[in-house]
Design a protein around this ligand. Structure first.
Ligand code: PLP
Length: 412
């Protein structure tokens, strides 16, 4: 008899985006004359920049020739891309990372999810709350979460670190000892960031407790304030305790093209039961070679092109476009009297819903009364209740229209 991994039965249905979609579909069916504007899901809308498109065309032509044909590539990624990452994402910030500490992949979602493979089941996991759901669910699947408590909407073995207005969206160190710590900054969903000093507290904690920080910086390109770190390795000591996840999805519009990378410095160590230190880089390399056959040559050439002068300029234009939307949302909501967070170093704006109503009730009101769709904060975890996320990834025209509607509604 085939037995299943029963941990999967311990997963809670993710109702968030399916419920949003269902509610919007029902509303538009019943109100076909209404123009609903969606500022909910975090996908990008700008086309991929010409520098990357040209690089892909060139790569396609190349692999159609005898000399240029490419079969299986290195599982960890082509050297040209790993070198470009080292030079552009790290050396320019004064960080020394070696090419063999970088693993190119087809997405930060897979990397954040798959990384649990190299850690023992007994590790105590801490996640910020609200949070990008992948960290929690992959730990449930791999049996680290313990039982689900319906009343509190939490798992018994997971340590939740609230990030709310009360603590200025800065997670506090846990009271109990934890082994794996997920941090994501700029944060999805709150759009808030941590300074180097804030991150140093976590790096010091990890060093003291032999813990590992899993740092997701998928949104670092949206940082506009100079002093905010783009990489955790800007913090002294982080190369001993942190794994960093980066993605071209939001940076370069690769949500459909698929390319990302994970950095595991050779100085980052985990421990055996007998206390022997083991390089995590080695374990991840072994996992990658066993379970992955690399990202396509064409896509890696496109990722490389993001670092050319033209590529950088074109990508920055798209990022400026989205960040202008973020400004429109943030300013407009503030003028309408809302309390708003994020939106300065991130494409996400996180707003406090009016007293006395829940995130979902606010969702319904916004949909029905002004025909604007956002994402209820409670869908990202219990501490997201009372908040609401709007994204800057729409078109400028739709963003302006949506905010005008909200302003007229709130002030009317
Ligand atoms: N990490 C965070 C915090 C995200 O919000 C997302 C996507 O929304 C991802 C990772 C996924 O990135 P990718 O498209 O590279 O899988």
């Amino acid at each position: 008899m085939s037995k299943i991994n029963e941990n999967f039965l311990n997963l809670q249905e993710s109702y968030l985006f399916s419920t949003v979609a269902k509610k919007v579909a029902k509303y538009t069916e019943e109100n076909p004359d209404k123009k609903v504007i969606k500022l909910g899901i975090g996908d990008v809308t700008r086309p991929i920049v010409p520098a990357c498109i040209e690089a892909m065309h060139k790569a396609v032509d190349e692999i159609g020739t005898e000399e240029g044909f490419k079969g299986y590539g290195p599982e960890q990624g082509y050297e040209f891309l790993r070198n470009a990452i080292v030079e552009n994402d790290y050396k320019t910030r004064g960080i020394e990372i070696k090419p063999d500490e970088i693993f190119v992949s087809d997405g930060a979602k897979c990397d954040c999810g798959n990384i649990v493979d190299i850690f023992a089941k007994e590790n105590k996991v801490a996640i910020t709350d609200p949070v990008y759901p992948v960290y929690l669910d992959t730990n449930v699947m791999s049996g680290r979460s313990g039982k689900y408590n319906k009343e509190t909407d939490t798992y018994e073995n997971i340590v939740y670190l609230p990030v709310t207005a009360e603590n200025n969206f800065k997670p506090e160190l846990p009271k109990e000892k934890v082994d794996l710590i997920y941090l994501c900054f700029p944060n999805n969903p709150t759009g808030t960031v941590l300074t180097k000093e804030d991150l140093k507290v976590w790096v010091d904690y990890a060093k003291e407790n032999n813990s590992i920080i899993l740092y997701d910086s998928a949104y670092e390109r949206f940082i506009t304030e100079k002093e905010i770190p783009h990489s955790i390795y800007e913090v002294e000591g982080a190369k001993d305790v942190a794994i960093e996840f980066k993605s071209y999805s939001k940076t370069a519009g690769f949500t459909g093209v698929r390319c990302a990378y994970v950095v595991i410095p050779k100085t980052v160590k985990g421990y055996t039961n007998t206390g022997e230190a083991v390089e995590l880089n080695k374990l991840w390399n072994r996992r990658t070679c066993t379970k992955f056959n690399g990202v396509s040559y064409i896509v890696q050439r496109a990722a490389e092109a993001t670092y050319t002068e033209e590529g950088q300029k074109q990508i920055q234009e798209n990022i400026n476009y989205y960040m202008n939307n973020a400004k429109i949302i943030k300013q407009g909501l503030e003028e309408a009297g809302f309390t708003v967070y994020g939106g300065v170093n991130s494409p996400y704006v996180w707003l406090k819903v009016p007293e006395g109503i829940t995130s979902w009730e606010f969702f319904d009101k916004l949909l029905e009364e002004v025909n604007v769709v956002g994402t209820p904060g409670s869908g990202f975890g219990p501490h997201g209740e009372g908040y609401f996320r709007l994204t800057a990834f729409g078109t400028k025209e739709n963003t302006e229209k949506a905010i005008e509607r909200i302003k007229n509604w709130k002030n009317g």
